[in-house]
Design a protein around this ligand. Structure first.
Ligand code: BTN
Length: 252
């Protein structure tokens, strides 16, 4: 209870995070979020933990979060977007997190299509958007794993080479309560101003006209990232041919 109050006291949102569940330890906040949704839907509910031991990553991977130093949470909401626009939710999440980081720490990381946050080719944040279709709406759980106060020694194995944190990049400790409040504020803002998502994502993207690698199903695609289309799909040039790729959410 005390922990929730520390986070909620900093909120400046209307509804995001006003309903919050905190677990000292849990398997996966995305899984908890779906359970919470099944019990009762409250728009903008947040599930937060300080120790996640079976975190779900994209493409069926496992997500590793360091105990007590990261922000590991999931947000529940519903949207009435057409199917072809659901990919915008991944971009929205990346924009909200990157903007929240910049406003609360002064450090401005870039986004990588569709929803990674990268600094010098190292991953600062992973985002997993899961959706369920209902009759006239889509229910969404967006899970966010953001490395905040980790030091290099906190990362194990391959992560030593592939992951980074705000602390490693800036040399400063960040107050996680303010950071979460800023991320949720921007999340709420962009959900209500969806038209600003693509322009803001383009502004934060550092790989325009550069070669990128990304997963598409089981394949890894390599090509020059040209731009986004109006649905948030990526236009990628490979061998002189432009193809469109969707960064859609995981449909449960
Ligand atoms: C990725 O593979 O890049 C996405 C990782 C998403 C991890 C977050 S941590 C909070 C939430 N709960 C989960 O089980 N996964 C997401």
């Amino acid at each position: 209870m005390f922990m929730i109050k520390r986070f909620q006291d900093k909120l400046t949102t209307r509804y995001m995070g006003r309903e919050m569940k905190y677990y000292q330890m849990t398997e996966s906040t995305n899984q908890d979020a779906w359970h919470l949704y099944e019990e009762e839907y409250i728009k903008g509910s947040v599930v937060l933990t300080d120790r996640q031991y079976k975190g779900r990553g994209r493409h069926g991977s496992h997500w590793f979060s360091t105990k007590d130093t990261s922000l590991t949470f999931s947000i529940i909401y519903e949207v009435t977007l057409p199917m072809e626009k659901l990919g915008l939710l991944a971009l929205l999440s990346a924009v909200a997190v990157a903007t929240g980081i910049r406003v609360s720490t002064g450090f401005g990381p870039a986004v990588k299509w569709p929803n990674d946050i990268i600094v010098n080719h190292r991953k600062l944040c992973g985002i997993l958007v899961e959706t369920r279709r209902a009759k006239d709406k889509t229910i969404v759980v967006t899970g966010i794993g953001l490395n905040v106060n980790e030091r290099k020694i906190d990362f194990e194995g391959d992560l030593k080479e592939t992951a980074t944190s705000i602390n490693i990049e800036t040399g400063n400790k960040t107050i996680r309560e303010y950071l979460l409040a800023q991320i949720l504020y921007h999340f709420e803002y962009y959900l209500e101003n969806m038209r600003q998502v693509i322009p803001q994502w383009r502004f934060l993207c550092a790989h325009k006209n550069q070669k990128i690698f990304f997963h598409q199903g089981k394949n890894i695609i390599e090509g020059i990232f040209l731009d986004l289309d109006e649905y948030g799909h990526a236009l990628i040039e490979t061998n002189g041919k432009v193809e469109t790729y969707s960064g859609n959410s995981i449909i449960l």
